[in-house]
Design a protein around this ligand. Structure first.
Ligand code: NAD
Length: 289
């Protein structure tokens, strides 16, 4: 049994913390919204991030973005004020690479960036994928806990490498989704049925996760969001956030991303037009217009 602090109990953090409690660990939780802490029965609610971190061997954060993670770790009443010197800080939020690297340098503890893929369903089922940057020994120490909350944990390299992997992966996802949507739109205009395109492309070189799992038209993949009015799933607003992180990291690194930047532009407009709460495959209806 490990003593754990868990900060940020939203859509993702609450089920992740519940899985740790159910595995028999002693979990102290903190969220700025007191009601969020009630979503983790069996955990000990704390009055601050510092209080949740006191005496803990591992402190997880699952927060919206870089500023909130910095605040929870280094702000007044933050983790750094109280965590044991040998505690491992594990940030599972999706944040920018630069902040992840800065926190690894400034937190005074072993710090891992460990963003996840798999969404709320993966968090509830304990089947997330963790992509982790930071010290190898700290990764080895926390890996058994990552395997309580997830199915896969991959050490990607030094501090920031986990966030880099997440940004690159989700940029690929956005681009394949957009071009898959365009292919269905073109096929329709050319008189080709959705099912025929799916049957060919899913067994040919056009195959992708966007096609075979999240097919953006209703019919070919019964479980895809297109069959339930594009209810998420993976919300377009979250995709926009992740594309912003990828393009921001590229600008800082002096790398041009013509396709990634175009994807960002398309999703920004989709969200501005009210599509943020739809699944990211719902962008097909914008592209049709
Ligand atoms: P959420 O908005 O549901 O939850 C965030 C929680 O953090 C809220 O309960 C909020 O009250 C709390 N909070 C904010 N600032 C705080 C602070 N300073 N101290 C303590 N608590 C604070 O967000 P979520 O959907 O759980 O996502 C969390 C992270 O996971 C994000 O970075 C997101 O990009 C990433 N992510 C989300 C999904 C998804 O499908 N929701 C999938 C993969 C990754």
């Amino acid at each position: 049994m490990a003593r754990i602090g868990f900060i940020g109990l939203g859509n993702m953090g609450a089920p992740m913390a519940r899985n740790l409690v159910q595995a028999g660990h002693a979990v102290a939780v903190f969220d700025l919204a007191p009601s969020a802490m009630e979503a983790v029965p069996g955990a000990l609610p704390a009055e601050s991030a510092a209080a949740a971190a006191r005496g803990a061997a591992f402190i997880f954060t699952m927060l919206p973005a870089g500023p909130q993670v910095r605040d929870a770790l280094l702000g007044t009443g933050g983790v750094a004020a109280a965590a044991p010197a040998d505690a491992v800080l594990v940030d599972c939020s999706t944040i920018d690479v630069a902040t992840a690297r800065a926190l690894a340098a400034e937190s005074g503890r072993a710090f891992l960036d460990a963003p996840v893929s798999g969404g709320v369903m993966g968090a509830e089922a304990g089947t997330l994928t963790f992509m982790v940057g930071g010290d190898v020994a700290a990764f080895a120490a926390v890996e058994p806990l990552l395997r309580v909350m997830g199915r896969t944990a991959i050490h990607c390299g030094a501090a920031g490498a986990g966030q880099a992997a997440k940004a690159c992966n989700n940029m690929m996802l956005a681009a394949t989704m957009l071009v898959t949507c365009e292919a269905f739109i073109l096929a329709e205009k050319l008189g080709l049925s959705h099912q025929a395109l799916f049957d060919v492309a899913s067994q040919s070189s056009g195959q992708s996760w966007s096609l075979t799992t999240y097919c953006p038209v209703p019919g070919p993949v019964p479980g895809s969001p297109a069959n339930r009015g594009y209810a998420p799933g993976f919300a377009a607003s979250l995709m926009l956030k992740d594309l912003g992180l990828a393009v921001g990291a590229a600008q800082a690194a002096g790398v041009e991303l013509p396709v990634g930047e175009k994807a960002l532009e398309v999703y920004r407009r989709f969200v501005e037009e009210g599509g943020g709460g739809k699944d990211f495959s719902g962008v097909i209806n914008k592209l049709k217009r």
